[in-house]
Design a protein around this ligand. Sequence first.
Ligand SMILES: [Zn+2]
Length: 423
Amino acid sequence: MKILPSGLSWFTLALLLSGLTRVCGQVIVINAGTLVDPADGSEKTNQTILIEDGKIKEIGAGLRVPADAVRVDLSHEVVLPGLIDAHTHLLATVDPQWDLGDLWIMALQRRAGYRAISGAQHAKEMLQSGFTAVRDLGNSGEYLDADLAKAIRFGVVPGPTMVFSGKIIGPYGGQFWDTPTDARLIENPEYRFADSRDEMRKAVRENIYWGASVIKIVVDGQKYSYSAEDIRFIVDESSRAGIKVAAHVQTERGARAAIEAGVASIEHGWVLSDQDLALAKKNRVVLVSTDFTVASLLANGIEPNTARRTHEGYVARLKRAWEAGVEVVFGTDVMADAKGRTRGELAIEYIDSFSEAGIPAPDILKAMTTRAAALLGIEKARGSIRVGMAADLVATPVNPLRQIDGLKSINFVMKDGHIQGKP
Ligand SMILES: [Zn+2]
């Protein structure tokens, strides 16, 4: 019985079908010498990872591999999920020589086009250091974060997946407490001032409308600050849209209010009492501690002795938080450029702050992958190497489970199944 149209042989049909498969997505096969699972700190040797359409299709030893698959030999490498920085500002750059390290002057001086272009460069640099996702927390002008996130998603520029906040919401004046001149003279593109309930609700909705996938508030940038009730209102309004709240806190009072209100994360938390830490643990509030390295502080124009002392203070606070059982997620807050260093290189060094605080390597890795993905709300798609997840993975010759510094030697980065080139 002839079931094929005349002139079309089985051979031709097979060729057509294989062509269709190729259109749907080339299969990539990675041979991983060691495959690390940060969730439980386990590792397996000689694993094969099959990737198709940007997703992980199969993982195991001795898998059957399609003959036309692209093979990637990482048999002498340790493979792990792509890293996550939970506190970035890709669209912002402070430069002590240009803007005195001041966010307000930066916002006035740098036009949107320049910020977008340098933001794309920062995104690429983060990716090259192994960061395949970031949570970008504002200081992005007029929603330049939404534009950059879209450009990355559409493959216009390479970069990490961005969970971003849009405009930072804060009490009148936002974060510019140290503005050196008359604040009434300026427009303020970086912040969305919201004092009354109506203003808060509208600010949250505006950000969500423009694409924000996290709400960032600055609690205590002024002499007056948000109360726990204010923050609870913002948390409720955001959660109705399924969105979490990240709270910048720099004072003990601000930290207490945010922790009481049950935000998803407090950012920085420079001043945290033992009671605050206990309550953060109880309310499951994550600390994104942004413990600046000395190099990062110097890039911000801080004088060397002060930089060292400041760094030590941050590490001591991180150690207290860790010992109190507060969940800590990796975030850097890198906003300054250092000559000859990429933003990714500055960010990855923050693992030193975690090591100095006595946090074991497997826990640091978790704070940069699985736990960070959970805070970003992307844990079902990213942050682990599992079947069905996005193929976001990195490789290094040094096993970071034993030596966390191995993360500074990442020499292979794949994002959504695409191998990223080095600079
Ligand atoms: Zn920040």
